[in-house]
Design a binder for this molecule. Structure first.
Ligand SMILES: Cc1cc2nc3c(=O)[nH]c(=O)nc-3n(C[C@H](O)[C@H](O)[C@H](O)COP(=O)(O)OP(=O)(O)OC[C@H]3O[C@@H](n4cnc5c(N)ncnc54)[C@H](O)[C@@H]3O)c2cc1C
Length: 379
């Protein structure tokens, strides 16, 4: 681990989360993934540890930590289980962060304390059945003002943490006028909100992902997040930050592949000795280590730029693109090191093989990242 550049507090916290990941999450991961079960008892423990409040002010129940500390926690959880890692990433980055960053003091007072303490979970609904990459061109959800209420009609697809027993709120984007998009905070139990059953996904089996539909849903106009018409700008900013966190999640997966492969290649024997003595296997694992270290430096660099108040859109896109593509390669190569066992979901690398693909899709596909980077280069 190249953690020498972390502050003592960050390193201490990283170790606490790593121990929790190894001792509490890892032993249960095979079971809750096989069952497709959202492990509410583990998520509540994460709440008690303060993980959902890391980057938020203690005024609202947060930990007064920074975004890098959040990413360290996501990386360490993602090293043993990606569903748990994404549950934290989405709960903080998509559920609570937009309210913290753009909400009024009253909205923060109302929603953040229970989200920061991990007693409740928030979600963010941007993607629609018509598309997620071209939101401006494909979104259909509308909100019409009727007196002092918004009346919302439409649907949102693939929303993480939308239907758990802990979910309290979803912030959605909706058209509120000609080319005017507004973010609106919707309590999940508002009449007219329908929560579909969970998707049957290729991976992230223990993460909760649902479609939400809104049929004449009425919420007060005071639930407008920040200003009316700011929705587009708000979700672009939310996704810039989210990409750093997804990169950290991908680094966790790659590091998990390194750790598991080093262990297995030392134990598993073929042709008279451990398979790790075969250069073909040892070189694969060396390449995984290269990917883990380089991808880690990239997300931390993007994160440090964010914390320093420097532009970081391009760096966040690079970190997300690079680490997610490396994670897919790492999962494939790690499964190869494990042979037949790598094709079972009994092994961590087998589960990573299922979990890796979404990293190239969620919070902006690889093509979208390349669009952002090339545009930022002036192309
Ligand atoms: C498990 C899971 C969890 C998710 N969680 C959330 C969530 O919490 N909240 C949320 O709002 N969304 C969420 N999403 C949605 C996710 O962000 C979208 O799936 C993603 O942004 C892609 O959108 P799409 O699926 O509509 O693909 P599309 O936009 O339809 O794209 C299809 C393909 O076309 C490509 N493409 C599109 N435009 C271009 C272009 N100009 N040039 C080149 N290629 C292009 C895309 O890269 C992709 O390969 C989640 C998705 C999944 C699967």
């Amino acid at each position: 681990m190249s953690s020498f550049e972390l502050t003592p507090e960050q390193e201490e916290f990283r170790k606490v989360v790593a121990t929790f990941a190894d001792e509490v999450v890892a032993p249960e991961a095979t079971e809750f993934n096989a069952a497709g079960r959202f492990p509410v008892e583990i998520v509540r423990q994460m709440g008690e540890m303060g993980l959902f409040g890391i980057p938020f002010s203690s005024t609202y129940g947060g930990m007064d930590g920074d975004y890098l500390t959040l990413c360290l926690a996501i990386e360490e959880l993602g090293r043993v289980d990606q569903s748990i890692g994404i549950t934290l990433e989405a709960g903080v980055g998509l559920g609570a962060a937009p309210i913290d960053e753009f909400g009024t003091d009253e909205q923060k007072q109302r929603w953040l304390p229970e989200l920061c303490r991990g007693e409740k979970l928030g979600a963010f609904g941007l993607t629609e059945p018509g598309g997620g990459s071209d939101v401006f061109g494909t979104a259909r959800t509308r909100a019409v003002q009727d007196g002092d209420e918004w009346v919302i009609d439409g649907s949102k697809q693939f929303i993480t943490n939308a239907g758990t027993e802990m979910t309290s709120v979803v912030t959605i984007t909706a058209w509120t006028g000609e080319r005017e998009m507004t973010s609106i905070i919707v309590p999940i139990d508002t009449p007219g909100v329908a929560i579909a059953p969970p998707y049957r996904k290729v991976g992230w089996h223990a993460s909760d992902t649902r479609e939400l539909t809104f049929d004449g849903v009425r919420v007060p106009v005071t639930n407008t997040l920040g200003e009316r018409g700011a929705g587009f700008r708000q979700f672009l900013k939310t996704l810039d930050d989210g990409r750093i966190a997804i990169a950290a999640l991908a680094v966790g997966l790659i590091q998990g592949c390194v750790d598991e492969c080093v262990r297995y290649a030392g134990e598993r024997e073929a042709f008279g000795g451990p398979i790790g003595r075969q250069q073909a296997i040892a070189f694969k694992i060396a390449d995984l280590e290269v990917a883990a270290q380089t991808a880690r430096q990239m997300y931390r660099y993007a994160c440090r730029r964010k914390l320093a108040g420097l532009p970081y859109k391009r760096e966040a896109a690079i970190a997300k693109l690079y680490s997610s593509e490396q994670a897919v390669t790492a999962a494939r190569e790690a499964a190869q090191v494990f042979g037949g066992m790598g094709f079972t979901t009994e092994t961590r690398v087998g589960r990573f093989y299922q979990d890796a693909k979404i990293l190239e899709i969620g919070e902006g596909t690889s093509e979208v990242q390349r669009m952002l980077i090339s545009r930022d280069l002036g192309l």
